[in-house]
Write a protein that binds this ligand. Structure first.
Ligand SMILES: Nc1ncnc2c1ncn2[C@@H]1O[C@H](COP(=O)(O)OP(=O)(O)OP(=O)(O)O)[C@@H](O)[C@H]1O
Ligand SMILES: O=P(O)(O)OC[C@H]1O[C@H](OP(=O)(O)OP(=O)(O)O)[C@H](O)[C@@H]1O
Ligand SMILES: [Mg+2]
Length: 294
């Protein structure tokens, strides 16, 4: 009989037990209103106010658990899913755990470009992605050594000529005298879903979960802005504000002055502020938003 993810009543979500993604994922789940206790001490935690249980495991295991329908959803880096080659669907990309998987070699060493990797030994925790990238670039002869951590030290130990590892700031490479030569994968945390058949009840739960997540993400990327301005400046201000909806304009006791309230994307905050001031806006107040349904 085909295995489905239907047999459980709750939605089961896999998250990293302890690592770089844990705090951000927990923060996100709490941010969408889920309440659960003691996630640090248990491998499985039931949510108190939503039909969800969390499975806390090593990130390497998440894509396969989701693939096999042991979990319905999972929060995991795109790097891990790509390396495992798991058959899952990506529902959302999230803006944490942002990094890249790169080939690197000794600064001023004899590997300076991609062709120089031919015949060399490369240490990595990502053997599948590394091999595939090199083969796609016609580098057929390499010796790939799989190690699970502290990959950057391998060239100094003369275990390898080069490495393929995750890079974010580049500080770890630098500290180990290495230079990034080729990015082979751009990565971020993703919400993945099983491709196993889901019951209508679970589909409904996932829909609800996604609505909450999207509202939360949208709110995090937006700010509520309030200001006073001369009435005559309203048309110009409307042009400046990259508003999600048409702004609310209210008369003030002071003739010819109005209060304007609206929502702006956070990345345009400073540009908008400067231009609003130029148009005579005063008393500008910016507030965070808890959640927003569009
Ligand atoms: N320097 C970094 N900056 C940003 N994100 C990173 C960085 N390093 C890793 N990540 C992302 O965070 C994920 C988890 O990293 P972490 O170091 O906690 O993994 P791990 O040691 O394999 O953990 P586990 O014990 O769960 O197997 C990585 O798979 C990647 O998606
Ligand atoms: O470019 P940087 O900002 O220096 O980040 C890169 C480092 O971060 C990750 O390791 P992590 O610190 O998670 O330790 P780990 O090797 O124990 O997973 C990754 O494996 C690199 O070593
Ligand atoms: Mg891991």
């Amino acid at each position: 009989m085909e295995r489905t993810a239907d047999s459980k009543t709750s939605l089961r979500i896999a998250i990293q037990k302890s690592g770089r993604l844990t705090d951000k994922t927990i923060e996100l789940l709490k941010g969408i209103g889920l309440r659960f206790d003691d996630y640090k001490r248990n491998l499985m935690v039931k949510c108190r106010n939503f039909d969800v249980e969390l499975l806390l495991i090593r990130d390497d295991d998440i894509p396969e658990y989701v693939q096999d329908g042991v979990c319905d959803l999972g929060f995991v880096g795109a790097n891990v899913t790509a390396e495992t080659g798991a058959d899952v669907s990506v529902l959302r990309g999230l803006d944490y755990g942002v990094c890249r998987l790169s080939l690197a070699a000794r600064k001023d060493g004899d590997i300076q470009q991609l062709e120089d990797f031919e015949g060399k030994t490369i240490a990595t925790s990502y053997p599948r992605l590394t091999r595939r990238f090199l083969e796609n670039n016609n580098i057929a002869n390499t010796n790939i050594v799989t190690i699970s951590g502290a990959v950057e030290i391998a060239p100094r130990l003369e275990v390898a000529d080069a490495i393929c590892d995750l890079v974010s700031t580049g500080n770890t490479l630098k500290a180990n005298g290495l230079e990034e030569l080729e990015v082979i994968l751009e990565s971020e945390t993703q919400l993945i879903q099983t491709n196993k058949k889901l019951s209508p009840g679970k589909k409904k739960l996932i829909e609800k979960f996604l609505i909450r997540m999207d509202s939360h993400q949208q709110a995090e990327r937006s700010r509520y802005i309030m200001m006073n301005a001369p009435e005559s400046a309203v048309p110009k201000i409307k042009e400046i504000i990259p508003s999600l909806n048409s702004p609310t304009v209210m008369p003030l006791a002071d003739d010819h002055m109005v209060a304007i309230h609206t929502v702006i994307p956070i990345d345009q905050f400073w540009i908008v502020m400067e231009r609003l001031k130029e148009e005579g806006a005063t008393g500008i107040v910016i507030l965070p938003i808890e959640s927003m349904i569009l």
